[in-house]
Design a protein around this ligand. Structure first.
Ligand code: GDP
Length: 307
């Protein structure tokens, strides 16, 4: 948590500082409010959420009248936190109480989806490591059979974090059958969590969505899909938002992983993505190493913005 705060402020996020500077003026003109909105848009907060936030802040300022810097900071903090937190449940299924019971159905299946290059495979590896660290048995499946390199990369992660990887020997094998076999094997071996990595070629959107749907259906023949995590690259901003909508409509997602937040001076997508999709950000990626994945913590995130 402390690390998250430190790293987020290190990313030199200009958003908080700029907002505070404008809002601390003694008399706010219409032009100032436009600056507030532009600042939010530039930080990738998204039009809908930016407009919403401006309206809320305007009404706060009306109620509050002239306020000192600390009071303005508090007002901004509360408004941002209300949006970023939104009372959403961020626990991963595998973490919830029912998993702790010995008679809980196994495995708990997590399907990772997202466009190539967003950090899906890396996140699958980091996630496996998180579960291993909690004493859970974990398996991964390479259901991106289109590129052999993708399965190799997942295997490298498997070796790194001590988790076995189910893959196909042939290029172009049916991704759903790899996922099916993995679910079977995970069940046979009484594995707690199965993480399924999938393909993310958006060139043929319809095919990809069909493929993901099939993976899900096939896994559900033997096991239960508890989470579908959408991996989004925080540095792609509103482009990521468009991708998110495609995946959300096609297969339904239970949570978002925002990667590369370490390399983003923007990060505003965190603020709008939940509001616009109604799906919580559950995890954030803060680097390329195996330990650079953290549970998303809204207060720490907002403090990071306002640091
Ligand atoms: P995939 O194609 O979606 O599976 O993406 P990869 O897992 O191959 O990741 C693409 C690149 O992003 C790799 O170089 C990763 O090391 C890098 N990457 C993934 N997550 C993060 C992150 O949280 N921070 C940073 N800085 N790089 C990341």
């Amino acid at each position: 948590l402390v690390r998250l705060r430190a790293r987020l402020s290190k990313s030199a996020n200009p958003l908080g500082k700029a907002l505070l500077t404008i809002l601390s003026k003694s008399h706010l003109t219409e032009g100032d409010w436009e600056d507030v909105e532009d600042t939010l848009l530039l930080a990738d907060v998204g039009a809908e959420t930016s407009a919403h936030l401006v309206e809320q802040l305007k009404s706060d300022v009306r109620v509050q009248g002239e306020a000192d810097h600390a009071a303005v900071r508090e007002m901004l903090r509360n408004r941002l936190l209300a949006i970023v937190d939104a009372g959403m449940d961020r626990t991963l299924f595998a973490e919830r109480a029912e998993m702790q019971r010995s008679d809980a159905p196994k495995p708990s299946v997590i399907i990772m989806v997202g466009v190539n290059g967003t950090g899906k495979t890396t996140t699958a590896g980091k996630l496996a490591r998180l579960f291993v660290a909690e004493g859970k048995s974990v398996m991964m499946a390479a259901a991106d059979t289109f590129r052999a390199a993708a399965a190799d990369q997942l295997e490298t992660w498997g070796n790194r974090v001590g988790v076995s990887v189910i893959r196909s020997d042939q290029d172009g094998a049916d991704p759903a059958s790899v996922a099916f076999e993995a679910a079977h094997e995970a069940q046979d071996k009484n594995v707690d969590v199965l993480v399924v990595d999938t393909a993310g070629r958006l060139q043929n959107k319809a095919n990809l969505m069909q493929e993901l749907g099939k993976i899900r259906r096939v896994v559900e023949k033997t096991a239960k899909v508890d989470e579908v995590l959408l991996v989004l690259d925080a540095t792609t901003g509103q482009n990521g938002m468009a991708q998110a909508k495609v995946f959300a409509e096609a297969i339904g997602i239970t949570g978002i992983v925002l990667t590369k937040l370490d390399g983003s001076a923007k990060g505003g997508i965190v603020i709008s993505v939940q509001q616009e999709l109604g799906v919580p950000v559950k995890l954030v990626g803060l680097g390329e190493g195996p330990d650079d994945l953290t549970v998303f913590d809204p207060p720490a995130f907002v403090e990071g913005i306002l640091a």
